[in-house]
Design a protein around this ligand. Structure first.
Ligand code: HEC
Length: 124
């Protein structure tokens, strides 16, 4: 039961942020970045804090005031299922703008790279 409650919290948090947001660069119809390239981008830029599978495995959580979420659980799947494009836009925005100890990637990644990572996270 508590898994479902935390899943709900997840959806409210992400979709809630997304609804109050500035315009996010819309997802291109086709991405020129392959899933394999998105995976290696994730591995180098994101996995040190999120874990290779987004499950926080091997990550030193003691450095975070508020640790990242476990993306491998049921919550994100619920979020993508019910939140759809709003959920994706919220994630795009978090990567673009950063959040607390999560660095902003707006200056480092192209919007296409960020979209590739949103899809990668959806598949974790
Ligand atoms: C230096 C560590 C660090 C790196 C590197 C990092 N993150 Fe994060 N990330 C965090 C932390 C900490 C949070 C939790 C922030 C919070 O909820 O306050 C987070 C949260 C997130 C969130 C969720 C934000 C939300 O709205 O709940 C997403 C999506 C995310 N990260 C994606 C990524 C992606 C994609 C990358 C690689 C491009 C990345 N992160 C790299 C530390 C990091």
């Amino acid at each position: 039961m508590s898994r479902y409650i935390s899943a709900l919290g997840f959806i409210v948090a992400i979709v809630g942020c997304a609804s109050a947001q500035r315009v996010v660069v819309p997802a291109p119809d086709t991405l020129s970045i392959s899933p394999a390239d998105a995976q290696s981008l994730w591995r180098s830029a994101c996995a040190p804090c999120h874990g290779l599978k987004g499950d926080l495995e091997g990550v030193d959580l003691s450095v975070f005031k508020k640790p990242p979420r476990d993306w491998s659980g049921i919550g994100p799947s619920f979020g993508f299922f019910f939140g759809g494009d709003k959920m994706r836009a919220g994630i795009y925005r978090s990567i673009h703008d950063g959040k607390d100890q999560m660095p902003a990637f707006a200056e480092i990644l192209s919007s296409e790279q960020i979209w590739a990572l949103v899809h990668h996270i959806e598949g974790l």
